[in-house]
Ligand binder design. Structure first.
Ligand code: AMP
Length: 468
C-alpha cells in the first residue's frame, strides 16, 4: 500500500472541494480544489525538473499558501522537503544547501506555482513507505552545526493522526494559523490537523494583534507560541467575548508561564492547552482536551509514545520512543548514535519528571543546568520563584563562569525592580546556592522566532560578569 503522507492528508479533504482551505487576510480564499490542482501542477513541474524520490526540495520564502503547495507537491513526488527560515542570511543558507544538496531550491513560491500551470499535472502520488524520508528540519541548534532532523512519511502520519484525535478536530473547525511555516509547529502540527480534518484555516502571514483579534471571532481553534498569548493579554481589546467562539487555545514550542496561564483564564474563562514537542519527534505530550489542564505541566505522552526519565533521580533527561520519533540526523551517524540509547530511546536533552498521575513537568534543557559549587541548580526552579515577585515580567536564570563556584547563578529579568530586594526574596524561598548572585534588568529577553528565550546569547553577553 502507498504510505505517501500526501494521500493520507488528501483523504481528509472535504467532499465539497469548493470549501475554503486558506482564508486570507485580504478577504480572498483558496479552496481545497484549488489547492489540490496546484499541488498536482507543482508536482508535475518538480518531476519535469528532474526531482526523483528522495531528492531534497529546499524552500526559503515568506509565508504564503504557495509555500504549502510546494511542500505538498514535494511530498507527492516522493521528495524530501527542506524549509528554511526567511531570516537566514546568504551565508547561513549556503551551509544548508551544501549540507542537504537539494535538487531544487524555491525562493519565490507564488511564481513557482503560477508557472507550474504549464506542466503536466502529476495525478497520483509517488509510492512511499513508512520509513521513507518526507522532510528535513534543521534544528535551531545553539551550539555547533545545525543538524537536519530526518522525518519520515510514517513519523509525520502517525503524529498527524494522533493529534487529530487528541484535539478533537472536525470539519467544522476553523484554525487560526499565525505561526511560521519553516518550523514543525506551523508546518506539521497546525497544518496537518487542519488538512486531515478538511477544515478551513485563517491564514495570517505572521502574528499581528489586529488580524488575530479579528480572526478569533471566526476561529474555533488557535495554535500559538507563548508570546502570542502574552501579546494578546497585553491588549485590552482581547476580552472574554473575543475568545468565546474558540473551543481550544493550544500553546507550545516554549514554556508557558504559569502566570500567563492564570491571567488567560481570568480574562477569558478558558485554560490554555499546553503541549510539548520538538523537531525530532513533532508532538510528544499534551494536556487533555477533556480533563484537567494544569499550569506548568505539559500533560501526558500521546498514545503510542513511550516516555521515561533517564538516570536514577526523580528529575532527569526525558527519553522517548514511538512512531513519530525521527530516524536520525542527516549525514551525522555519530551524533545520531550518541543521542539514542541502546534500546532505541531518543535522549531529548530536556530535563523533567513525571508525577504520580503520569503527567510530565519540564524543568529546562540539560545544557542549561547550572553547576555551582558542585551543586546542581535547575534554572526553572529559580525562575518560578522570581516570576512571582513584583516587577518581574519574566526571568531567565543562567550560569556564568565564577572563580570559586565554577558557575554562579545569575538572573536576567524582564521588568523592573531592586536587585538586592529580589536576591533577598529569592533567598527566603530557596537554598542559598540556588539564589542568584546578581540580577540584571532588561527591557526584553532575547527570543528566537518561536518565542524561545535564547539563553546561549545571555550566557555570551554576561560571560565576564563575575570572572573579570
Ligand atoms: P524545536 O525543535 O525548535 O521545536 O525545539 C524543541 C524544544 O522546545 C524542546 O526540546 C523543548 O526544549 C522546547 N519546548 C517545546 N515545547 C515546550 C513546552 N511546552 N514547554 C517547555 N519547553 C518546550
Amino acid at each position: 500500500m502507498n504510505q505517501n503522507l500526501y494521500d493520507l492528508l488528501a483523504a481528509g479533504f472535504p467532499a465539497d472541494r469548493t470549501k475554503p482551505c486558506f482564508l486570507l487576510a485580504d478577504g480572498s480564499a483558496l479552496s481545497y480544489g484549488d489547492l489540490e490542482a496546484r499541488v498536482a501542477q507543482a508536482a508535475g513541474r518538480l518531476i519535469a525538473e528532474g526531482v526523483q524520490p528522495g531528492d531534497r526540495v529546499a524552500l526559503q520564502a515568506e509565508k504564503t499558501p504557495e509555500v504549502i503547495v510546494v511542500y505538498l507537491a514535494a511530498l507527492k513526488t516522493g521528495a524530501v522537503f527542506l524549509p528554511l527560515n526567511p531570516a537566514y542570511t546568504a551565508a547561513e543558507v549556503d551551509y544548508f544547501l551544501g549540507d542537504a544538496e537539494p535538487r531544487v531550491f524555491v525562493t519565490d513560491p507564488p511564481a513557482y506555482v503560477r508557472d507550474a500551470r504549464a506542466f503536466e499535472p502529476l495525478a497520483r502520488s509517488v509510492p512511499r513507505q513508512v520509513p521513507d524520508l518526507a522532510s528535513l528540519i534543521y534544528t535551531s541548534g545553539t551550539t555547533g552545526r545545525s543538524k537536519g532532523a530526518m522525518l519520515s512519511h510514517g513519523n509525520l502520519a502517525a503524529n498527524a493522526v494522533a493529534l487529530h484525535e487528541a484535539w478533537g478536530f472536525t470539519p467544522d473547525d476553523v484554525l487560526l494559523h499565525a505561526l511560521p511555516v519553516f518550523h514543525v509547529h506551523g508546518l506539521f502540527v497546525a497544518l496537518h490537523c487542519a488538512l486531515l480534518s478538511g477544515c478551513s484555516m485563517i491564514w495570517l502571514p505572521k502574528f499581528s494583534d489586529a488580524e488575530v483579534l479579528a480572526g478569533l471571532t471566526k476561529a474555533t481553534v488557535m495554535m500559538g507560541v507563548p508570546t502570542f498569548y502574552t501579546r494578546l493579554l497585553a491588549n485590552p481589546a482581547f476580552t472574554r467575548e473575543t475568545a468565546e467562539g474558540v473551543r481550544v487555545f493550544i500553546s507550545g514550542s516554549a514554556p508557558l508561564l504559569p502566570s500567563t496561564f492564570a491571567e488567560f483564564e481570568d480574562r477569558t474563562g478558558q485554560r490554555i492547552l499546553e503541549r510539548y514537542g520538538m523537531s525530532e519527534a513533532v508532538i510528544i505530550t499534551t494536556n487533555p482536551l477533556n480533563g484537567e489542564r494544569l499550569a506548568g505541566s505539559v500533560g501526558y505522552p500521546l498514545p503510542g509514545v513511550e516516555l521515561r526519565i533517564g538516570g536514577a533521580e526523580e528529575t532527569g533527561v526525558i527519553e522517548i520512543r514511538g512512531p513519530s520519533v525521527f530516524g536520525g540526523y542527516w549525514r551525522m551517524p555519530e551524533k545520531t548514535a550518541q543521542d539514542f540509547t541502546d534500546d532505541g530511546f531518543f535522549v531529548t536533552g530536556d530535563v523533567g519528571r513525571r508525577d504520580a498521575d503520569g503527567r510530565v513537568w519540564i524543568s529546562g534543557r540539560a545544557k542549561d543546568l547550572i553547576i555551582s559549587g558542585g551543586y546542581n541548580v535547575y534554572p526553572k526552579e529559580v525562575e518560578l520563584v522570581l516570576d512571582e515577585l513584583a516587577g518581574v515580567v519574566e526571568s531567565a536564570v543562567i550560569g556564568v563562569p565564577h572563580a570559586d563556584f565554577g558557575e554562579a547563578v545569575v538572573a536576567v529579568v524582564q521588568g523592573q525592580g531592586d536587585e538586592a530586594a529580589i536576591i533577598a526574596a529569592a533567598r527566603r524561598q530557596l537554598a542559598a546556592y540556588k539564589a542568584p548572585k546578581r540580577v540584571l534588568f532588561v527591557a526584553e529577553l532575547p527570543r528566537n522566532a518561536m518565542g524561545k528565550v535564547q539563553k546561549n546569547l545571555l550566557r555570551e553577553r554576561y560571560a565576564d560578569l563575575l570572572s573579570s
